[in-house]
Design a protein. Structure first.
Length: 116
């Protein structure tokens, strides 16, 4: 049985797409059919394209690139929630979240609050 990282990027995109058509994926990702076809046939894929594909496939770029296996035991909603939680933790760590009540981003250890 093949390991996730043994598949090509194009094969991984196809597997993550599942029964969804290329046209549906193109529509949900905002990419052209040509770009989806090129990616699935092993063509070079830019980082912005990978980011759009990851979002549309409810996955991570690291999964598409084979650096991490997909979280198949989870439903799409759970994977989306986990991805959003991961982004929030990251944004909090770098001080990028905005407190809507104050209109400021939290201060880092040596910086003052940023007024938005």
């Amino acid at each position: 049985m093949s390991q996730w990282q043994d598949f090509t990027t194009g094969e991984r995109i196809k597997m993550l797409r599942g029964k969804e058509t290329q046209a549906d994926l193109a529509s949900r990702s905002g990419l052209s059919m040509h770009t989806i076809q090129k990616a699935e046939q092993g063509g070079s894929v830019s980082l912005p394209t990978l980011l759009r594909l990851a979002e549309a496939l409810h996955s991570d770029v690291s999964v598409i690139l084979g650096q991490q296996a997909p979280r198949r035991g989870m439903g799409r909603d759970d994977r989306s929630m986990l991805r959003e939680l991961s982004r929030t933790v990251h944004d909090t760590a770098v001080g990028a979240l905005v407190d809507p009540a104050e209109g400021t981003a939290p201060a880092g250890p040596l910086q003052s609050p940023v007024i938005l």
